[in-house]
Design a protein around this ligand. Structure first.
Ligand code: SF4
Ligand code: SF4
Length: 134
């Protein structure tokens, strides 16, 4: 029986940009921002969508003798995982959109003082510190 291929990350090259996590439809990559990422081989379907997403080209597909070729059950489970991921992303997008609209409404309707405070808070956040008191 032929072995399956799985994605493999050359960890010393990984810069932790998280782009491969976004690109993987099957939740088969784990890692935190600015930390080395890794592939969860049991979840990898060999789709190769993560390869072009990596800005430093440190992902490749490798034959893994520990993983037999994917059977029908495996493919069905992967499909369900991909569907759940899409549902999760849709909820996150809707929440983000709602927060954005709330913030826009507060900015638009809040008057000059509220606008100034919003700008000061945003600049403070961008600088990584809390804004100085008035
Ligand atoms: S090959 Fe496909 S399933 Fe495997 S880690 Fe990359 S994007 Fe995910
Ligand atoms: S896309 Fe490449 S560099 Fe970025 S986290 Fe994934 S493996 Fe690391």
């Amino acid at each position: 029986m032929n072995a399956a291929r799985v994605a493999w990350i050359a960890r010393p090259q990984c810069v932790g940009c998280t782009l491969c996590i976004e690109a993987c439809p099957f939740d088969a990559i784990a890692g935190l921002a600015q930390k080395t990422h890794c592939v969860l081989p049991d979840l990898c379907t060999e789709c190769a969508l993560c390869l072009p997403a990596c800005p430093v080209d440190c992902i490749s597909l490798r034959t893994d003798p520990g993983h037999p070729p994917r059977n029908r059950d495996y493919r069905l489970q992967a499909r369900d995982r991909a569907r759940r991921r899409l549902q999760r992303l849709a909820v996150l997008r809707a929440t983000h959109e709602r927060r954005l609209q709330d913030a826009h409404a507060r900015f638009r309707d809040g008057g000059t003082d509220a606008r100034r405070a919003a700008i000061r808070d945003a600049v403070g956040r961008a600088r990584g510190r809390t804004p100085p008191p008035d």
